[in-house]
Structures are given as structure tokens and as C-alpha cells.
Write a protein that binds this ligand. Sequence first.
Ligand code: NAI
Ligand code: MG
Length: 336
Amino acid sequence: MQLITLIPGDGIGPEITKAVTDIFAAAEVPVQWEEQNAGQTTFDQSGELIPQALLTSLEKNRVALKGPITTPVGKGFRSINVTLRQKYNLYQNVRPAKTTEGIASRYADSGIDLVLFRENTEGLYAGLEIFDEHNGIADSIARNTVAGAHKICRAAFAYAAKNGRKKVTLAHKANILKVAGKVMLDAAQDAAREFPEIQYEEKIIDNMCMQLVTKPEQFDVIVTTNLFGDILSDLCAGLVGGLGVVAGANIGDDMAIFEAVHGSAPDIAGQGKANPTALLRSALMMLHHIGEHAQADKIEKALNLTLRNKAQCTGDLGGQASTSEFAQNIIANFGK
Ligand code: NAI
Ligand code: MG
């Protein structure tokens, strides 16, 4: 039994988390959950956004599944996601985007199947911001380290090689960002030389955006810096049905946190309307990460079968099922 830290989160977090743990229990997945919360709920109870018990659990288990967290709006609160990414050097943000039968999208017939690798700790999000009030000058510094750029580029190529992917595309702006952009360009070219069997191409970020919305099926693995990746990953989610259905992972050398990328959806929280697909897909990435491939495949098959039958899905997918009914429908499709 592998111990996994489970962070239910806020809003719809507990509902979609329960759907996932019910599905895992029914599938007899050999994991044991260690529940530790963070966010608004724990803040209201204890005055702590990220309790020490959660950090201890993460440091012990090294793998976590996380629901969405409401970050209290107020001065001095840093996003919990950003805090955990930086504290544990979770430098890879991995976001797959794949068209799926039954999930509506204007690209539903285009056969998109791509994985985006976003550098997750550096770049414009490094936190190096200075406001010179006297002169009215705001500086936000994009810090890309040579080591960090090499790690994310190498991770993208290694993933491609391991998963039978054919091509890696670097999305960059090194033509203008002569320093920080160049570091990434050099790192990607070095990684490409290390993996000669993987095709490599470079695209300037603005052209990349245009090509993603006109011919998305040409892309396979994409690697890019933090800000570009933040934007591109949501764009890619939009190509395949939106944030309610895409998975995400924050991965470091010795820890990984898997999470739904949507928020806590306070407008529908507690009503049994939330779609658990995004969190379930993140949990399936987690199963692959811990080597439980057969379990992941079995649950994914049942999920895909359920998605094809709209009535069995939640309202956002055009169905009438509640969150827990959707989960039960997936369970009923095991082995079919
Ligand atoms: P949101 O993603 O929570 O909601 C946007 C819209 O999508 C809402 O109409 C919501 O009902 C719908 N939606 C989201 N997930 C859904 C699901 N699984 N099933 C069905 N419908 C779903 O974004 P919003 O409203 O901007 O943020 C709400 C809170 O979430 C904020 O406090 C924000 O800070 C937090 N947030 C947390 C994230 C995280 O922990 N990873 C990511 C994004 C936002
Ligand atoms: Mg984002």
C-alpha cells in the first residue's frame, strides 16, 4: 500500500475528492490516503493556510493529490500552489490535453493529443518584483537559471522518449528576450542533442498561439517557460473541453503533487453538481507516476465509456448526473 497525501481543498474540492476516492476504493487501487487539508477551510479553523502537519505528510509520502484551494483575498497571502511549487522545487508543470469522445469542443474531431511542460518555479514568476514609487517604475524580473532551463527541457525530452512521443516543440521569445529566452533556447537544443530520436522544433510564442488554434494536432510535447506555459496550458485546455476536464501535475525530482487545474467553484459548491473528471484524470496521472499503470488504464477506460453516454455525466457535460452518480456510473463501467 502506497501512502498518498490527500488535500481535499475548498468549495467543490471535498465533493470531487470523494468521487475519486470512491472510484479508487471500488477499483481496489493499492493506495492509502492520508488526509491533510490546506486553504480557506484550515485558515478559518486554525489561522494557518498551510498547516505544518500537511508539510510533514508531503515530506514523508512524496506524492499528493490536491483539490482546488480558495486563496483568501487579502494582503500578504501568497498562493498556496506557488508556495508549494517553490518550497519543494516542483519544477515541472505537466498538463496533457487530449480530445475525448463525449467531451464537447469545437476541436472535437481534430485528434489533439499533446502534453505541455511548463517550467514551474522560475521566469517571470520568480518573485523578483520591485516598484520604484518615486519614479513610477515597476520591474518584474524574469529569472531563468541555466540549471533550471536544462532540467525542464530535459524532463520534456525524457518524457517524450519514455512515452513513445515523436516531437518536442520549444515555445520561446528568444528573438526579443535575448538573455532569459536564450538560456531556454540553449537548454532545449542541448536536450535535443541528447535525444536524437525525438524530433525537435522551435516556435516563437506568438506564432505558437496562432498555430495552436489553427492546427493543434501538429503538436506532441511542448516545453516552455513559466508565464508562456501558464497561458498556453489554459489555451490547450480550451481546445479539448475546458478546465473542468484537464489534469495537471507539479513534479520535482523527489516529490509530485497532482491537481485539478480548475478552482474551487464556490458558485456550485455543496450542490453535487461538480464534475470530478479533472481531478480523476490528475489521479490517473498519479497512478502512472507510482507505476500503477494497469489500474490507471482500467479506470480511464471506464471514464471514457461513461463520457460517451452524456446522460451519465454531470450537467456541465450535458448530463443529469450528480457528482456521486457520475462516480457510480464510472464504477459500473469497470471491465466493460
Ligand atoms: P473556478 O475554476 O473555480 O470556476 C470557474 C467556473 O467554472 C465556475 O462557473 C465554476 O462553477 C465552473 N467549474 C469549475 N470547476 C468545475 C467542475 N469541476 N465542475 C463543474 N463546473 C466547474 O474559478 P474561479 O471562480 O475564478 O475561482 C474560484 C476560487 O478558486 C478562487 O478562490 C481561486 O483563487 C481558486 N482557484 C484555485 C485554483 C487551485 O487551487 N488550483 C485554481 C484556480 C482558482
Ligand atoms: Mg494558470
